[in-house]
Design a protein around this ligand. Structure first.
Ligand code: PEP
Ligand code: MG
Length: 598
């Protein structure tokens, strides 16, 4: 075989998103057909064919919607109105007739005509001040996407329905799509886009499946059914491995799995430093199903429950009862252990299906998290009611995301009080006496830490966003992924300040960003005074091992030394020089360790 025949072994380098090795057949879920629209002129004698092609696509779209509406269970029927609206829009004069007109008059292909008309209609809607009409622009986009998919013949990805053991290859996977991954089917995934701190990679780590992101155009070299290896630890994908490579990776895979089993057993051991300081090691979850993983890995509770995943992949908002039910599942299993429920952190890279945010130029700086909730009091109140009600049954804490000012905390707490008063009036059991925390993940919150500490019971540091906003690095952008560094001196100084303020004001400080899940960072975080850390469940055992291997005095000393350094490189080097041996002997026990150390 020669390299030119496309069947020889090739290696592609990407970003390590989730450690581990998997070997299997590639399954392409390509959505590009919808994004990249072919544009060409048509001959006068084929104009009518083009119009007919468009009409057929609209007809197919109508049939799809009809089928979805018919299959909607009766108890969700009232929400099918959104789809009914879409059905009407399909035949809307502005969209339907004007697209046909554009094909006929400009002699252009149907995809091009549709794209032009949609851009036009969207522009008109967006200029209207009325918020309701503005939101209709999002409906137009949904509807035209559906027509476009039928025109270009691209299938909508339905990850939940894949019924083979495969490795997914996609241009991009949204957090909502990733959360539909069925573990017994999908062995791992590879995407062209995405960065290490994106929610997609966080979910891969929670699921414990290997993933390599940010491969760029290289993903196009992978064809359906190609045999591929993902080495999520090294961030490498190998296409068509030869016998020797295959054998070597099979061995590595076995070693990795043995190591995982061994370290998971160790997760049960306590997490106390050599000088007897207990550090609570908690798990982050996106869905109640992940709870088992937290307990299996020896977690002391839930430090971050990302509740937004219950709002994704659906056309409506969950009801108070639905939310309460799901939260209760979590609280019941955890019994007396803490469950930190973070209120809806929607938008940014986690857009809701029925949202109107498709046109935000900078979603990360847009109407996200607490800003969204304060603008949508009904959505916010519904969630607060569910949280206050479930707090009767366990050790519930509430956490507000993306706080950037005092006014936002005041407003959020006022809604909480108002909701409690409503429940009281209605005679519904609830518990307002819960700990209130805020995510410290926007630089302004660090600057205001002393004032914010007066308002809340705890701080939870969200380094994923704190790094993004402080260093001006999009956490999901592969081009700047190499700059995304928790050991940047500016980040260390900010964390130090938050810890100092918390100690001075006597409130608890924890970290739930991905930084907390790397054993190498444990001496820094313990040395700065954190008594609790929350992470991806799979990271818990290694972090606990590291806690057991250090003393707080040594940790304080390393913090003092690190803070004197001025570059990430120096910090990284000193940290490795000091702790590599400990990692090797006490944490990884001879194994190579996880992705972060490459
Ligand atoms: C963070 O920003 O660090 C965080 C934990 O929240 P999320 O990753 O959900 O934005
Ligand atoms: Mg965040």
């Amino acid at each position: 075989m020669t390299p030119a025949d496309g069947n020889s072994e090739r290696q592609l380098d990407g970003i390590s998103a989730s450690p581990g090795i998997c070997i299997g057949k590639a399954y392409l879920v390509d959505k590009e057909g919808v994004d990249i629209v072919k544009q060409y002129y048509v001959q006068p004698n084929t104009v009518q064919d083009e119009v007919n092609r468009f009409k057929t696509a609209v007809k197919q779209a109508t049939e799809e919607l009809r089928a979805i509406i018919d299959e909607t269970p009766d108890d969700l029927r009232q929400h099918a109105y959104i789809l009914e609206t879409h059905m009407v829009l399909l035949k809307d004069k502005m969209l339907y007739e004007r697209t046909i007109e554009a094909i006929e008059k400009e002699k252009i292909n149907a995809e091009w005509a549709l794209k032009k008309i949609v851009a036009n209609v969207k522009g008109m809607f967006l200029e209207i001040a009325d918020a309701y009409l503005k939101e209709r622009a999002a409906d137009i986009v949904h509807v035209s996407d559906r027509i476009m998919r039928n025109l270009v013949g691209a299938e909508q990805v339905n990850i939940g329905a894949i019924d083979k053991r495969v490795i997914l290859i996609a241009d991009d996977l949204s957090p909502a799509e990733t959360s539909q991954i069925q573990l017994e089917r999908i062995m791992g995934f590879v995407t062209a886009r995405g960065g290490r701190a994106s929610h997609t990679s966080i979910i891969a780590r929670t699921l414990g499946i290997p993933a390599v992101l940010g491969l760029g155009k290289a993903t196009q070299q992978i064809r359906n059914d190609d045999l591929i290896i993902i080495d999520g630890t090294a961030g490498v994908v190998i296409i068509n491995p030869d016998e020797e490579t295959l054998l070597s990776f099979e061995e590595q895979k076995n070693r990795w799995e043995e190591y995982q089993a061994r370290i998971t057993r160790k997760g049960r051991l306590a997490s106390e430093t050599l000088d007897g300081v207990k550090i609570n090691i908690m798990g982050n979850i996106e869905l109640p199903e992940e709870l088992v993983s937290v307990l299996d890995h020896g977690g002391d509770g839930i430090g971050l429950y990302r509740t937004e995943f219950q709002y994704l992949s659906r056309p409506d908002f969950p009801s108070e009862f639905e939310l309460y039910d799901r939260y209760k599942d979590v609280v019941d299993v955890l019994a007396h252990r803490p469950v930190t429920i973070r209120t809806l952190d929607i938008n940014g890279d986690k857009a809701i299906a029925n949202g109107s945010m498709a046109d935000e130029a900078n979603p990360a700086l847009g109407l996200r998290a607490i800003r969204y909730c304060l603008k949508k009091p009904d959505v916010f109140r519904t969630q607060l009611r569910a949280i206050l009600r479930v707090a009767v049954h366990g050790n519930v804490r509430i956490l507000f995301p993306m706080i950037s000012s005092i006014e936002e905390v005041d407003a959020a707490i006022a809604y909480l009080d108002e909701t409690a008063a409503d429940l009281q009036r209605e005679g519904i059991a609830h518990n307002r006496d819960i700990e209130i925390g805020i995510m410290v993940e926007v630089p302004s919150a660090v600057a205001l830490a002393d004032l914010l500490a007066e308002k809340v019971d705890f701080f939870s540091i969200g380094t994923n966003d704190l790094i993004q906003y402080t260093l001006a690095i999009d956490r999901g952008n592969r081009e700047v992924a190499h700059l995304y560094n928790p050991l940047h001196p500016a980040i260390l100084r900010m964390i130090k300040r938050i810890c100092d303020v918390a100690a001075e004001k006597g409130i608890m400080v924890t970290m739930c960003g991905e930084m907390a899940g790397d054993p190498l960072h444990v001496p820094i975080l313990v040395g700065m005074g954190m008594s609790e850390l929350s992470m991806n469940p799979h990271a818990i055992p290694e972090v606990k091992s590291m806690v057991r291997a250090i003393s707080t005095t040594d940790a304080e000393q390393i913090v003092a030394d690190l803070l004197k350094l001025s570059t990430s490189e120096q910090i990284d080097k000193l940290l490795h020089d000091t702790y590599n041996q400990t990692l090797k002997e006490k944490v990884y026990n001879g194994h190579n360790g996880v992705a972060a150390h490459h």
